[in-house]
Design a binder for this molecule. Structure first.
Ligand SMILES: [Zn+2]
Length: 428
């Protein structure tokens, strides 16, 4: 086959690729941990894959017996009506040829409202497509489905299997859906995850964890004899201390080799809570205050190291700062620890994606670590499937007016199809 036929096919099917993305955006497949609303979207994906004559495996994570006892399972989720969908396009010589897996998650965060556009009403504006999940990561899922469709319609017969999956429960620190697929037996010689990297080829990604710090003081309002301890002063000191800690650790931590061009370990305060705004509650110092923190780590940092660094620091502040010391402090995780993970930039799958990129785009890609945590550690560290992340440019993921660059979805379709041809081999 002539590889430039892929480019022509994608160009002439651009509208269908964008429309598939729009259809997926319209399904409000919100992850409401511990629950999720992925069902309707997954029914559509099943239908789409069956139309393409893929072997479609539909199963709940709880249908996989090994999941319940797996050490990486994040407990407490409800998988009622939350099927994973895995479509396999069988190669003609699957025994000898290499296989390729494209893995996307179908769930989206509820995110914030506001902005110019409705979250679940896809809207095109200039070169951008707006809508919840456009960037993270329904556009990427559409590109992987169309990469297979493209090769099928061009009459290509690959030697190795290509697997396209749409998993549930990745957001909110899940990754159980991704894990369940691996334990079900859906593995390959390499994987591509189209999380939005801004068209950067990423052989590594960062990790992190969401924590809540609960502070308890003594409530009330001063009448002279009360011993009031404000958890809000303690909260304020912790916020300042964390800002300081972020600065210091970024100064002293050398960047991971795959993050030299984009170093940084953000410590983000995502929520604070204190006080009572109920009508008639009166004015008083509240008993409790809460702080939610997202702290990132480079690949190679373990859960225990992360704990010792962040929680160790918070405990030190609690001992040394008088306002915090007066309160009871309790720290608990909101999500699992999502480890960062990596494969070598020299790995064969990275080189294959890189070549496909440069042929399709007529330029060399940027290759470096992705500055976010995701489920890719499940491939690299648990399933032993080397994984590359490559997804579109876009913005406002997890917020209002999420958008994706439409051209990138077309370019990704070309790159994914070319990668599959080179990786899996073509029957001559
Ligand atoms: Zn995502």
């Amino acid at each position: 086959m002539k590889l430039h036929e892929i480019d022509h096919w994608v160009t002439s099917h651009a509208e269908q690729i964008l429309q598939l993305t729009e259809t997926l955006i319209r399904f409000p497949s919100v992850n409401r941990a511990p629950y999720g609303d992925e069902y309707e979207a997954q029914q559509f994906v099943i239908h789409t894959m069956r139309d393409m004559n893929l072997d479609v495996d539909v199963f709940l994570p709880t249908d996989v017996p090994e999941l319940a006892t797996h050490p990486a399972l994040w407990q407490g989720r409800d998988y009622t009506n939350r099927p994973n969908v895995v479509g396999t396009w069988r190669g003609s010589n699957a025994r000898d040829a290499k296989s390729l897996l494209f893995s996307s998650h179908i769930d989206v965060v509820a995110g914030s409202k506001g902005g110019r556009f409705e979250n679940f009403v896809p809207t095109r504006d200039g070169d951008k497509l707006y809508g919840r999940g456009s960037n993270d990561m329904k556009g990427g899922l559409a590109a992987t489905i169309f990469a297979v469709k493209c090769l099928q319609e061009l009459g290509v017969r690959l030697n190795g299997n290509v697997i396209v999956e749409s998993v549930v429960d990745e957001e909110n620190g899940g990754a159980n859906g991704t894990l369940a697929s691996r334990l079900r037996g859906h593995k390959a010689d390499a994987c591509i995850v189209p999380e939005p990297t801004g068209m950067v080829v990423a052989p590594a990604h960062k990790g992190g964890r969401i924590w809540q710090v609960h502070l308890k003081g003594s409530p009330g309002i001063a009448f002279g004899s009360d011993n009031i301890v404000s958890p809000i002063y303690a909260l304020a000191h912790l916020i300042t201390a964390l800002e300081h800690w972020e600065t210091i650790r970024n100064r002293v931590t050398p960047p991971h080799p795959q993050f030299v061009e984009n170093p940084g370990l953000p410590v983000l305060i995502t929520k604070i809570q204190a006080g009572d705004f109920e009508p008639g509650a009166g004015d008083a110092v509240p008993e409790t205050a809460m702080l939610e923190i997202w702290a990132e780590e480079y690949p190679g940092v373990s859960e225990a190291e992360h704990y010792a660094r962040l929680i160790g620091y918070l405990e030190q502040v609690a001992r040394e700062n008088p306002s915090v010391a007066k309160c009871e402090m309790r720290v608990e995780p909101v999500t699992r620890f999502l480890p960062g993970s990596e494969i070598s930039p020299e790995h064969e799958i990275v080189q294959t994606v890189r070549r496909a990129f440069s042929k399709a785009m007529q330029r060399e890609p940027i290759v470096r670590g992705a500055p976010f945590a995701c489920d890719v550690f499940v491939f690299n560290q648990i399933a032993n499937v080397p994984c590359v992340i490559l997804g579109p440019r876009g913005g406002n993921a997890h917020s209002y007016d999420e958008w994706v660059m439409m051209q990138d979805l077309l370019d990704l379709t070309k790159i994914f199809a070319r990668t599959a041809v080179e990786w899996c081999g073509v029957m001559e």
